[in-house]
Ligand binder design. Structure first.
Ligand code: SAM
Length: 284
């Protein structure tokens, strides 16, 4: 169905289904007509693309994805939206809606069963309360996906796409950079949603690739990154030693052997620095 960005059409459908918005589920639906076509264009680059959408809501982005993709599988946690989606997207035969919590799903199984032989991408206007767990699941599960095109809160977008050494550089910046090349595509104002959230948003594109350089132990790398940013105002020496219960004198030697100044702040370190620290800790 077209016109899913028309406020009175949306209000009429939702009231007919007795639907009320759940803040807890991050339900802010897009009503700006230019945003979903743009997101869908970035996500679906050929007609052999299968799209995994997280949280279709009433199907405004799904509708644009369905027009361009070979198949869309949309995972929606709120079962009250299933009859709504039946009404708004019933005309498409390349859609499957799954009523589940995306964080609980075996996505390897879903992708191999639903998208055989297709280029697979993720595209979504994410529920903001679980932005980081969703992105980390998509990356850490090492899924056979090409790109992730998602709307997130503006501050999260700045962190996810931060430059090395910049103020927004954080633990998730480095995790993302390990698995993908991030790009901030465009900003979206809070007035583009119904109901309007208190925050602005942005759409980002993560293009997945094999890590440029691998540590000997990936778990150690992510432990070190987390520990370094645990107390980001402190030096890496203090932050890592207190988070990982390591002796400061020994850790200072390990950091220097990895060519990292113990007095540096985590935000100033590069992904390569974290990999060298992780390797030095694995060797000890
Ligand atoms: N795609 C729609 C749009 O752009 O208008 C809705 C986006 S809304 C920001 C987020 C959607 O995610 C809601 O439909 C919400 O019910 C759904 N959702 C929340 N938590 C979820 C979860 N754990 N798994 C799957 N869907 C979830």
């Amino acid at each position: 169905m077209e016109r899913l960005t028309n406020i009175s059409v949306v209000r009429e459908i939702l009231s007919r289904h007795g639907f009320t918005f759940s803040k807890a589920l991050g339900q802010n639906f897009l009503i700006n007509p230019s945003v979903c076509p743009r997101m869908a264009e970035y996500a679906v680059t050929d007609d052999n693309t299968g799209v995994l959408e997280i949280g279709p809501g009433i199907g405004v982005l799904t509708n644009e994805l369905l027009k361009r993709a070979k198949k869309v599988v949309a995972v929606e946690l709120d079962k009250r939206l299933l009859p709504v989606l039946d009404e708004t997207l019933g005309e498409y035969d390349n859609l499957k809606v799954i009523n589940a919590d995306v964080l609980e799903l075996d996505l390897h199984k879903l992708i191999s069963e639903e998208f055989p032989g297709m280029r697979v991408v993720v595209c979504a206007n994410l529920p903001y309360y679980i932005t980081s767990p969703i992105i980390m699941k998509l990356l850490e599960d090492k899924l056979p996906i090409d790109t992730i095109t998602v709307m997130v809160q503006k501050e999260a977008a700045l962190r996810l796409c931060a430059e090395e050494g910049s103020r927004d550089n954080s633990a998730i910046t480095n995790a993302v950079r390990y698995y993908a090349t991030p790009e901030l595509l465009f900003h979206v104002s809070s007035g583009s949603f119904m109901p309007a959230p208190k925050v602005d948003s942005a759409v980002i594109l993560l293009t997945l690739r094999n890590p440029d350089r691998k540590p000997r132990d990936e778990k150690m790398l992510f432990k070190v990154i987390k520990a370094s940013f645990a107390q980001r105002r402190k030096t890496v020496l203090n932050s890592i030693s207190s988070s990982m219960s390591l002796d400061k004198t020994e850790l200072s030697g390990i950091l220097m052997s990895a060519d990292v100044q113990p007095t540096a702040r985590a935000e100033k370190l590069t992904l390569d620095d974290f990999i060298r620290i992780a390797d030095a800790l694995s060797d000890r």
